[in-house]
Design a protein around this ligand. Structure first.
Ligand SMILES: Cc1cc2nc3c(=O)[nH]c(=O)nc-3n(C[C@H](O)[C@H](O)[C@H](O)COP(=O)(O)OP(=O)(O)OC[C@H]3O[C@@H](n4cnc5c(N)ncnc54)[C@H](O)[C@@H]3O)c2cc1C
Length: 504
């Protein structure tokens, strides 16, 4: 084989992660020889439909308006809580974050059309798409790897300088080389389907507020709405084709399925849930899918001439829509690193090692973010406080800096050495209070018709420099108020008992 038949880059898998990397590369260096190998004839509707703020900023700068305009604008985040007294959605409590017009406004994407449009764009920029074709093996050699591809009955071998594993959870490289590490600190599983005929939540939730009705960029029906309970959360994501993606993520140590088949468990759960059942009473779900264990990381993320991107590298938890966020940030690192090597022939070990360290820490930190969090999900106030702290940190250290200094967008959210122990302490405190408040019967009160707003947003420029402090102060005020109320309840509960005991 001569070098003219050798590609600069081959991606094994051509989903969203592969396409954004290739688009970045081909825009910067047209003429780069790229082959994208994809096994499916058409992308199915898959999970990974909701943009986070980082994803939104990335795509709003990525100059793909022609692709985004086919998708649904996302209007915010809602977390809805219930208890035994909740018979309908209008009785439920709500912690929410409406989207106010800014650079961080995102989309709810139908991944079937979205991934396809991105791939078509990569092709228009010059990538060769080989589809349907399956990668059946690869032979790694630094900057000279071989990929064995099966197309119909034909098997051929392709050569490449850079081999990119973008095969999603299949993880061609990490499975072959034993790099994949299941993250057993989290015992989460997930099931989902796409539903037709789901009611518009804004027409039945009885929620009247200026935040949603006047300031938000659209109807709250198009927000990602989460239905929360002890040990689980359920997402509902409305898509542009009028279907709604509904799925559950649950901690298997807390929410027990009692041996039921995951599909039966999921549809029974939706049918019997106090608020979800109201939304879906006339709805029908199809395309059921289940992952028995969600989180995993990787021991390594690269070798000279080889890199993992997207779910082929790692995936922790979908609660804050981090999948596409990490893919976007990885592509902001990988594209210049690969291009630098293709242009100069120099492999900068220092930069690659920095990239690998940064993302392995970011994935590990995500585990800390979700560890033990599932127990808290049944309490609007405590869960809201936890999330308010997350918002304060995310906006202070990631979103606002990225808006002011665009190059910072590529740095994934991580805990610094001061915040990490503090976060651990705070989460443990929330857990302690959760069990105590349950004993005292406080949690059920906060789950009844209580509406709280996060106020998280990207404000206009002069305010952005102070807004992070405002979010932190808001969190602190709510936290102190909650502790004081708890103290008051403790006194009200124990003092009369003590007096009674002493009297008897
Ligand atoms: C329950 C759940 C909910 C989620 N929700 C969100 C969310 O709301 N927002 C968000 O941002 N992220 C979310 N994610 C994460 C998101 O789905 C993923 O991070 C994202 O889809 C990863 O994209 P990818 O391109 O790496 O992988 P994929 O989209 O899986 O693409 C991989 C491609 O590789 C192809 N392929 C695989 N093996 C081969 C082979 N041998 N030969 C050829 N082709 C191959 C596949 O056909 C596929 O097209 C969620 C994840 C889960 C599990």
């Amino acid at each position: 084989m001569d070098n003219s038949s050798k590609y600069d880059i081959i991606t094994m898998g051509a989903g969203m992660a592969a396409s954004i990397l290739v688009i970045n590369i081909l825009r910067e260096r047209p003429g780069t020889r790229v082959a994208m190998i994809e096994q499916s004839t058409e992308f199915p509707k898959k999970v990974g439909e909701s943009f986070s703020d980082v994803t939104a900023i990335f795509f709003n700068r990525f100059d793909v308006d022609h692709i985004l305009k086919r998708q649904q604008r996302k209007t915010g985040l809602r977390f809805i809580f219930h208890d035994e007294a909740t018979k309908k959605i209008s009785d439920a409590s709500d912690y929410s974050s409406p989207s106010i017009l800014s650079e961080a406004n995102g989309f709810q994407v139908n991944r079937s059309t979205f991934d396809n449009d991105l791939l078509t764009y990569a092709q228009e920029l010059g990538a060769q798409v080989i589809r349907p074709a399956q990668v059946i093996d690869f032979n790694y050699s630094a900057f000279n790897s071989q990929v064995t591809v099966k197309t119909g009955e034909e098997i051929k071998t392709l050569r490449t300088t850079w081999l990119i594993d973008s095969s999603g959870r299949q993880g061609i490289v990490s499975k072959k080389w034993n790099w994949r590490q299941p993250a057993n600190q989290l015992m989460t599983a997930s099931s989902w389907a796409h539903f037709e005929n789901v009611k518009k939540i804004s027409s039945i939730d009885g929620h009247k507020s200026i935040h949603w009705d006047k300031w938000c960029i659209g109807d709250r029906h198009y927000a990602t709405t989460h239905f929360m309970g002890e040990g689980y959360w359920v997402w509902t994501i409305p898509l542009s084709d009028n279907t709604v993606s509904i799925g559950i993520v649950y901690d298997q140590r807390i929410l027990k399925t009692n041996g039921m088949h995951p599909k039966d468990f999921f549809f029974e759960f939706v049918k019997n849930h106090p608020s979800l059942s109201e939304l879906t009473s006339d709805a029908k779900g199809t395309g059921f899918k289940h992952y028995p264990h969600l989180p995993y990381t990787s021991r390594k993320y690269r070798e000279p001439g080889l890199a993992l991107i997207g779910d082929a590298a790692a995936f922790v938890d979908p609660l804050f829509s981090p999948g596409m966020e990490f893919n976007c940030q990885q592509s902001l690192w990988l594209a210049p690193l690969i291009l630098d090597h293709l242009k100069t022939g120099h492999y900068c070990e220092r930069s690659w090692s920095k990239y690998e360290k940064l993302f392995s820490q970011a994935f590990e930190d995500r585990i800390l973010l979700y560890e033990k969090r599932y127990a808290l999900m049944g309490d609007q106030e405590l869960y809201g406080l936890m999330t308010q702290l997350d918002f304060a940190g995310y906006y202070t250290f990631v979103i606002h800096p990225s808006v002011v200094f665009p190059k910072l967008l590529k740095y994934p959210a991580r805990f610094n050495p001061i915040i990490r122990p503090f976060y651990n302490w705070f989460r443990n405190r929330m857990l302690f209070l959760y069990w105590k408040r349950k004993e005292l019967g406080i949690s059920s009160k906060v789950n009844y018709r209580r509406k709280t707003f996060s106020f998280a947003r990207v404000p206009p420029r002069p305010y952005i420099y102070f807004y992070a402090q405002f979010l932190s102060l808001l969190w602190l005020t709510r936290y102190v108020r909650m502790e004081l109320a708890y103290l008051f309840h403790m006194v009200a509960f124990f003092v009369p008992r003590r007096i009674k005991n002493e009297a008897s």
